[in-house]
Write a protein that binds this ligand. Structure first.
Ligand SMILES: CC(C)(COP(=O)(O)OP(=O)(O)OC[C@H]1O[C@@H](n2cnc3c(N)ncnc32)[C@H](O)[C@@H]1OP(=O)(O)O)[C@@H](O)C(=O)NCCC(=O)NCCS
Length: 124
C-alpha cells in the first residue's frame, strides 16, 4: 500500500531515489528530497508491504499534468509487479483531475506499463 512520504522515512526514501540515474549525486538527492518536503506541488509516495520497497514521485505542473518524475523499487524486489502497481495507483489517484504523464527519466518504464495495459485490454 501507499504511504505519503514523511520526514521519518527520509533515509529509506533517499536510498530508493538514489537508484534513479540522475539522483546518484548526494547533493542533488538532498535537494530533491527537500523539494518533496517543502513544495506543495511535489508529492512522494512510498510502497509499503512489511518493509518500504518502492517510491514514486509526482510533480503537479500548471494544475494540468501530474508528471511522474521518479519511480524506483528495491533491487531485491524487482520484477514482481511493484513498479506497475505504483503507476496504476497514481493513475487512480490523479487520473480524474490531471493528465498523468512521464518525464525523460521515467518515460521508458511508463511506456512499458501503457503497452502492457493495452495488450491486456486487447486480450480481454
Ligand atoms: C523501473 C523499476 C521501477 C521497475 O520496477 P519493478 O517493480 O521491477 O517493475 P514491474 O515488476 O512492475 O515490471 C517489470 C517489467 O518492467 C520492465 N522494466 C524494468 N525496468 C524498465 C525500464 N527502465 N524501462 C522499461 N521497462 C522496464 C521489466 O523488464 C519487466 O518486463 P516484463 O514484465 O515484460 O518481464 C525498477 O527497475 C527500478 O527501480 N529501476 C531503477 C530506477 C530507474 O531507473 N527508474 C526509472 C525507470 S525509466
Amino acid at each position: 500500500m501507499f504511504i505519503r512520504y514523511k520526514k521519518n522515512y527520509e533515509k529509506i526514501a533517499m536510498g530508493l531515489l538514489s537508484f534513479m540515474p540522475e539522483e546518484k549525486d548526494v547533493k542533488k538527492l538532498q535537494q530533491t528530497i527537500k523539494e518533496y518536503e517543502t513544495n506543495t506541488d511535489w508529492h512522494l509516495f512510498l510502497w509499503k508491504e512489511e518493509d518500504v520497497l518502492g517510491a514514486i514521485g509526482v510533480r503537479i505542473e500548471n494544475d494540468i499534468n501530474a508528471v511522474v518524475q521518479h519511480i524506483t523499487v528495491n533491487p531485491s524486489h524487482r520484477n514482481s509487479g511493484i513498479g506497475k502497481k505504483m503507476v496504476e495507483e497514481i493513475q487512480n489517484m490523479y487520473g480524474d483531475k490531471y493528465a498523468v504523464c512521464a518525464n525523460e527519466s521515467t518515460q521508458q518504464f511508463l511506456n512499458k506499463c501503457t503497452e502492457d495495459t493495452q495488450q491486456n485490454d486487447e486480450n480481454d
